[in-house]
Design a protein around this ligand. Structure first.
Ligand code: ZN
Length: 346
């Protein structure tokens, strides 16, 4: 179980220090190595090859209407090179200020976890009433890097874009792409928020009405809502250089980490220096490091709130987590402090 959160960008990690994992795709594109772990750098934006973007001011029925695929960034022309599906994949250069991310499917990354050390095991037992979570199976030193992984889905902030990513992933899986099928399985397995936000409910109704026309369609709304709640509970903010600075990303392994108000692990997102026109590996990679010395069996937990949450008192922490992450915290520290408070008020 994991709730939405944002980890500040790491200052200390050298760009590309760990290299990029490249994996062969199992789709029809076939022989070419996957570029899922690399991003094209524009003057300001960073986009994965194959990401689907909207072009501002485009005729909705023209070649650049709807969603268009990113091919590359042409630094000499100062333009994003896009492939227009409605024009037979014809390549068109578009100025950066007209381009905005909808979503990128990176199914090859679902399997691309780089273990720095083999002792990270999945722990099935309950962790302080938080449900199943990740635990270490060996001794860890403080500061030790455990693993790094890339997102398998990146989507813009709007819930409609997140749903569009899910639909596209479902279609790729149904089309027989094995990596997409595994990524879809990983997304479906994510634990949703306890209850939907009113905004998510509204969006689900609007999306279904848009697709199916007027009517109740409760079952379809529930299906969309279930997906949106999984995003809400598991997404990380993802810096694509866009104005909103709020693209979101789903990672497979860190989604298995529970929250703790005394976290044992910190996550460091990597972002390389801007290099317009280059396909740069490493952006969006999350590196997990131990925050303390840990013995075998101890839970690997992260803090879903801001970095200073761990300095707050019990009530403030619980209020924040309930409001922003949709759950009442029952981590070991909260339970202990609750008990101490009850004892001192007796
Ligand atoms: Zn707590």
């Amino acid at each position: 179980m994991v709730r939405s959160r944002f980890q500040p960008l790491a200052a200390g990690l050298a760009a590309g220090a760990f290299g990029a994992a490249r994996r062969a795709r199992s789709d029809a594109a076939g022989e070419e190595p996957s570029t899922d772990c690399a991003m094209w750098h524009g003057a300001r934006l960073r986009l994965h090859a194959g990401a689907r973007v909207a072009v501002a001011g485009a005729d909705p029925d023209g070649p650049l209407g709807g969603l268009v695929e990113v091919v590359a960034y042409d630094a000499r022309a100062h333009k994003w090179v896009l492939a227009a599906p409605r024009a037979g994949g014809r390549r068109v250069g578009v100025a950066e200020d007209r381009v905005a991310l909808s979503h990128a499917l990176l199914p090859g990354n679902g399997d691309a976890v780089e273990p720095f050390w083999g002792g990270v095991g999945l722990h099935d037992a309950s962790q302080d009433r938080c449900g199943a979570g990740l635990a270490t199976t060996a001794r860890l030193e403080k500061g030790q890097p455990l693993f790094a992984e890339y997102p398998f889905v990146v989507a813009a902030r709007s819930r409609a874009d997140r749903w569009a990513a899910y639909v596209a992933l479902s279609a790729a899986a149904a089309g027989g792409d094995g990596a997409s099928a595994r990524a879809l399985q990983a997304l479906d397995a994510l634990v949703p928020t306890d209850s939907p936000s009113p905004e998510a409910e509204q969006t689900a109704r609007a999306l279904v009405a848009d697709a199916l026309g007027p009517g109740t369609h409760d079952a379809e709304v529930a299906r969309v809502l279930a997906v949106l709640r999984k995003y809400e509970a598991n997404q990380f903010l993802y810096d694509d250089g866009g104005d909103a600075k709020a693209a979101t990303a789903l990672y497979r392994l860190v989604a298995r980490m529970n929250h703790s108000c005394a976290p044992s692990v910190a996550l460091y997102p990597e972002r390389n220096p801007q290099h317009p026109g280059a396909l740069v590996p490493g952006d969006g990679r999350l590196v997990a490091k131990a925050l303390a010395h840990l013995e075998p069996g101890e839970p690997l937990c992260i803090c879903y709130g801001p970095a200073d949450l761990i300095a707050w008192d019990l009530d403030k922490r619980r209020a924040y987590l309930a409001q922003h992450c949709g759950f009442r915290c029952v981590c070991a520290r909260c339970l202990l402090e609750e008990e101490q408070a009850a004892r001192s008020s007796r």
